[in-house]
Design a binder for this molecule. Sequence first.
Ligand code: T4K
Length: 440
Amino acid sequence: MSGTCSAEPVGPAGRSLSGAPETKPAASFASPRPAPARRRACPRRGPATRRAGRCRRPTPWSFRGSHTEPRSMQKPVYVTQPYLPPLEEFVPYLQSIWDNKVLTNGGPFHQQLEQALCEYLGVEHIALFCNGTQALVTALQALRVTGEVITTPYSFVATAHSLLWNGIKPVFVDVEPDTLNLDPRQIEAAITPHTTAIMPVHCYGRPCDVHAIQKIADNYNLRVIYDAAHAFGVRHQGASVLKHGDLSVLSFHATKVFNTFEGGAIVCPDAKTKQRIDHLKNFGFVDETTVVAPGINGKMSEINAAFGLLQLRHIEHALQRRAEIAEIYTQALSGVKGLRLLPDAPQTVANHSYYPILVEDGYALGRDALYQRLREHNVYARRYFYPLISDFPMYRGLPSAAPALLPVASHAAAKVLCLPIYPALTDAEQQRVIDIIQGA
Ligand code: T4K
């Protein structure tokens, strides 16, 4: 899809935090982020973050899946909270949309965001989408994936749903205990004559064993589509983790490290595939009168793209603050009996999109009891990912969904709790979470 207006690239992260959209080309983001600052050097008390942290009303989201009402009057702390730059910084972008009246269909902000993200992430091509799920569905269509696809049961349900939307049969394979990512050693046994692709997930942003997975894919002539919804900005062995496989799919949902309210993207290595994806996300239109595929409307609007450009200017601060919070949790919780923390991924610049702990048998409470205890104190940790995808009604009849075949994923689903982590989380709020966990 091509834009209708001329586009000027907007500078990504690390630029001025105030004023109108920038017009300079973005610098390439080729080097790892600096190590997280120590706690006292935390930059989050700047004006941007104070504003971002203002709106903290209780919401119905947090009550999903439980009948317990919170007893505490303390301010709710959710598993995440979207990063929102100061509102006044968004106004010039809105003014521009109001002036030029281009609201969607590949307008200037859409084009600028695609270019800025390529530069920031260090990838060749990006096609923006209205959300990550539609991007997953389209990625499978772009590569004409059919038959059976090997995937993980330990993910958000959208991963497998994207297969069903394409009439593809998911084949679930267990995960590794240290990463909770698809276990490459078990993939080969699940391959049949109908297998055409592998869809692994970089769960919590931790890189999959990309080389082992690629080797199997090469041996059996399979496609690899990474669900990289959690992996924005993650670098592995000196380059973006999004460069692995045939395609990688990002989510820019409100709950993600980088959000455009709703949004997503497909990362692809070559211009031809990008063009096919652009056609598929625009009903299959190539030009005004030519439709080459039964495409969908998967486009990102100008307002979302503009917001993404603004978010990019704040992303380094957001990532650094996440790293600080993660480090504090690790220091406070690594000695607690019965809690298991996932080891740091080697050779990786992490994005700390989630902070999972596994509440094992040696802990004072069971996982669900700790989940409830936190809720009683108005802390809404989440059990990502429980239940397993393979336990949902539309999947549990599949032979590969049998819990006995998925012992590691089943154990993780029964033990995991994701703790609050987001840039505006204050020291005091984090300490509240830690005190409850340490005091149980
Ligand atoms: N693949 C993977 C591996 C994924 O994790 C996801 C999405 C996808 C694919 C699909 O991408 P998208 O199509 O969504 O772009 C949330 C998100 O809705 C979902 O995007 C995400 N994964 C999943 C892991 O988490 P819920 O049902 O837990 O969200 P919700 O509404 O309960 O929100 C969690 C907390 O976040 C709330 O307690 C408060 C806070 N929150 C949420 C929203 C929406 C806010 O403060 N503001 C908000 O606007 O699924």
